[in-house]
Design a protein around this ligand. Structure first.
Ligand code: DQA
Length: 143
């Protein structure tokens, strides 16, 4: 089995660093990618890191992950809360997936506390800022 991991970032995460800094902090997505790459090489894993604002592209990337990636790490952004299509794609490909969020989605607006992708993921890491991604990487090693 390959040790390749795909990190998928959904809508608005390209704006990290300038977007709602009180909620998401000042770290940029590029910095998160660098931190993850560094950590992954220490763990002997290969990482691909993508961001898109388009639901269909997330679904296409999940489909084409089959046979290529051992684990998916996904921050689906707002799609987390209502995209049954992303949930179905994750379920269909049967690749272990870890859900991540920078903010604690359970401590914010009521609509954010529901994740429709959580039931098809191995687990959820939420509320640790950029560290949520690094914690997900640690979890990925043992999947
Ligand atoms: C987020 C939480 C979502 O509710 C929100 O829509 C995002 C970011 C997070 O990482 O905390 O875009 O996924």
């Amino acid at each position: 089995m390959s040790k390749k991991i795909l990190v998928i970032n959904g809508p608005n995460l390209n704006l990290l660093g300038t977007r709602e800094k009180d909620v998401y902090g000042t770290v940029t997505l590029g910095e998160i990618a660098s931190m993850m790459n560094k950590e992954a090489s220490g763990l002997g894993m290969d990482l691909d890191f993508i961001q898109t604002n388009h639901e269909g592209e997330i679904i296409d990337r999940i489909h084409s992950a089959r046979g290529v990636y051992a684990v998916l790490i996904i921050n689906a952004g707002a799609y987390t809360h209502y995209s049954i299509a992303i949930r179905d794609a994750l379920k269909a490909v049967e690749i272990p997936a870890i859900e991540v969020h920078l903010s604690n989605i359970h401590a914010r607006e009521e609509f954010r506390s529901k994740s429709v992708i959580a039931p098809v993921c191995c687990g959820q890491i939420s509320g640790f800022g950029a560290d949520s991604y690094l914690l997900a990487l640690k979890a990925a090693v043992n999947l």
